[in-house]
Design a protein around this ligand. Sequence first.
Ligand code: GLU
Ligand code: ZN
Length: 314
Amino acid sequence: MSSAYIGRLAPSPTGALHLGNARTFMIAWLRARSQGGRLVFRMEDLDHPRDKPGAAAAAVEDLKWLGFDWDEAFVQSERKDLYRDALERLHAAGCVYPCTCSRKDVENAQSAPHAGEQLFYPGTCRGRFASWAEAADAIAPRTPCWRFRVPDGTVVRFDDVFAGPFEQDVSRTLGDFPVARDAFGAGYTLAVAVDDALMGVTEVVRGDDLLAATPAQILLYRALGYEPPAFCHVPLVVGTDGRRLAKRHGDTRIASYRAAGRTPEQLLGQLAATCGWGDGSPVSLRDLLPRFTLETIPHAPAVWTDPAALPAMS
Ligand code: GLU
Ligand code: ZN
């Protein structure tokens, strides 16, 4: 049973890999390998305005340097036909419709100040256009997007392996969420659901910044006729100010530690200590296998206590 486990490592090439990313990947890798499971590597490079040239190759180099391996590798930008097929299936099933609203329109339609990244969409364009072409004509030269219809009272519940029971009424939090930014260009949410299903991923281990985006993904799995995987959302690494690890906390890029002469074992030892797997002494990924357990990982974000660039490693 356990060897049927398939996990994944899915970096986005939007910047250099830092300690926070490495910690999440370390947990995902150990979770799969400690039960004899397989791992797919997936480069999530569909976010063109934010993707940085060279970041994809650099992420692979950083991960290999740290000792990560995987059984198969995929690049999302080479899989657009699959996302287009999925979009066509959703369209044929009446699950999506074209929307001509600009970001400003959607922002103006918010009834309450919005905290998260995704805006609530009140369904303005539902039933408004008979076809994509009609919507496209109406706002040329701008391009409509495709939105997924979320009927009132669509409550999604799932039991997160790490975070526990989670419930969200998607019709109230997101409304009809976008699945493609133009006629065929699948966005992140759709691509992830299609890929996890086609790659046979049985469990998604990732940062808990994506916990609230999971119910929308689950709706897509269901609409496409796929069984959703299990989800295991782990806390992010934050600085001493409680904010997500970023440039302001100093240089925590893996490549910078490597350039400064740190070893993978030093970094992994420190990260493992934040998971309750040892005292911070240097250790390889493989040597962590027998220590791996989700039980000791704190539910609060991991605080990187020395925010100065390149803190001293033991
Ligand atoms: N590529 C996404 C990120 O780096 C993660 C997506 C996922 O794990 O589902 O934020
Ligand atoms: Zn609209």
